[in-house]
Design a protein. Structure first.
Lengths: 204, 245
């Protein structure tokens, strides 16, 4: 009986360790480039749910790096940039996940921010920064699109208007362009741009 | 805002300076901010007949923000200088007012604050002018990079363009510095990555890669970068130009 108990504990600890390993990307795995298959990850959202990228297999997924304190994120959320893009493609099997790799923020902070902005999608806690480093997320915002085949097909800026000077109809929204290409079975015409914004506040 | 001249003289040039005083523990960004941030920019309103050219930035510092995020910028203070050319037919009656609009992003380890400001300067128009603020402009000129010749091999392959480049710089004054940082200027439509900076005898070899961003218009055929180093505690840099086609 004691042996069974020991084995059970070992199995439980081993499983937890494996889940912890699975939950975060390994540092030593090389970081991603456009057209590479994206490894799965799982993170906890603002409601305490575990969200796994592989649950969205077969769908296109937009990953948006955020930091609620960043003035560029604040401007886009005030202007509903992300919400408008997300709503434009909501019926086209496009999912939206926001990821916060700010080392001094928590799921509670994400929850409050999601509530303040009435977000109906997941805001994921990556305060350890492992998923952010895997994707080489450098700024907030920094946008990535993973297609239905699990490949990274876009990385970079949300648009071409870092200062917010242009009228919204004059801006080129790179995420809209990429999703438009994807949902119309075209190759993404602009797969990579230079992102702008505050640096992601990783630990260390 | 400063000028190095007491007056605007038709047919002559003068310099303007936009002086930034930066909060402690903060930095503002260079013309290429690097992986994050936004460049510090100044735009001008000047009477017709006065053309104000692009900014000359002081040598930037290199910051490592963690997770391989490299940015370039300025701490404590920075003077951006601008050459102003006056046409020989300039006939506006003085004094003339030149207005500057500046935008910047000021960041510390945890927070970024966008900033904007205005400044102006009034100058008489005359047949001659005296030098002004010479000490300040000279001090900041010494904090600017020096153009340096280099032999560079490499070309950007057309239609989609990637290329590996190698510059060889023959260091003329004594032994080259041992530690050099590579700071590329911004070049819309191009992504630049450093492979290696190696000092070998009197030569500095710089190997880097350029890649055209698909769908983004590339501007210009000359790529520029700085190699910065410390000399007796002061930040110095050479500027290298590379034709890319």
């Amino acid at each position: 009986m004691r042996h069974v108990l020991v084995l059970f504990i070992v199995a439980l600890v081993g499983n937890l360790f494996f889940q912890e390993w699975e939950a975060y990307a390994r540092d030593e795995v090389s970081t991603l480039e456009v057209q590479q298959v994206v490894p799965s990850f799982s993170l906890i959202d603002q409601s305490g749910n575990k969200v796994n990228l592989k649950d969205y297999q077969g769908e296109n997924v937009v990953l948006e790096w955020t930091n609620p304190d960043c003035p560029y994120v604040k401007r886009h959320y005030k202007e509903n940039t992300m919400k408008n893009v997300r709503n434009q493609f909501k019926d086209a099997e496009v999912e939206w996940l926001t990821i916060n790799s700010t080392h001094f923020m928590s799921s509670e902070d994400n929850k409050k921010w999601a509530e303040d902005h009435k977000l109906d999608w997941s805001v994921l806690d990556d305060h350890k920064g492992l998923v952010g480093k895997q994707f080489k997320a450098k700024t907030t915002p920094h946008m990535f699109i993973v297609n239905a085949e699990g490949k990274l097909v876009y990385q970079g800026a949300i648009d071409d208007d870092a200062h917010g000077d242009k009228e919204s109809k004059e801006r080129v929204n790179y995420v809209v362009k990429a999703l438009d290409d994807i949902t119309n079975d075209r190759e993404v015409a602009i797969p990579s741009t230079k992102s702008y914004g505050c640096s992601v506040k990783y630990a260390g | 805002m400063l000028a190095d001249s007491t007056a605007v003289v038709p047919g002559q040039e003068f310099q303007l300076g936009a002086h930034f005083k930066i909060q402690d523990a903060h930095h503002i960004y260079w013309e290429n901010p690097g992986d994050a941030g936004l460049p510090t920019k100044v735009s001008f309103e000047a009477p017709e007949g006065i053309e104000i050219l692009e900014a000359q930035y002081p040598i930037p510092e290199r910051f490592e923000d963690g997770a391989d995020i490299i940015t370039f910028g300025h701490t404590k203070e920075a003077l951006l200088t601008f050459k102003a050319k006056v046409t020989s037919s300039f006939s506006v009656q003085g004094p003339v007012e030149i207005k500057a609009n500046a935008r910047w992003l000021s960041c510390n380890k945890t927070l970024c604050i966008p900033g904007a400001g205005k400044a102006s300067i009034q100058l008489p128009v005359g047949k001659s002018a005296e030098k002004e603020n010479q000490k300040t402009f000279l001090e900041w000129k010494q904090r600017s990079p020096l153009s340096y010749p280099a032999e560079t091999k490499g070309k950007l392959k057309s239609a989609g363009g990637t290329g590996t480049f190698e510059s060889v710089i023959d260091w003329e004054a004594g032994s080259p510095p041992k530690k050099l940082d590579w700071l590329p200027y911004s070049h819309p439509g191009l992504e630049a990555d450093i492979e290696e900076v190696e000092v070998s005898g009197n030569d500095i070899r710089v190997q880097f890669h350029l890649k055209e961003l698909k769908g983004i218009k590339r501007e210009g055929d000359i790529f520029r970068y700085l190699l910065s180093y410390r000399e007796k505690g002061k930040l110095r840099a050479i500027e290298v130009e590379v034709p890319i086609l």
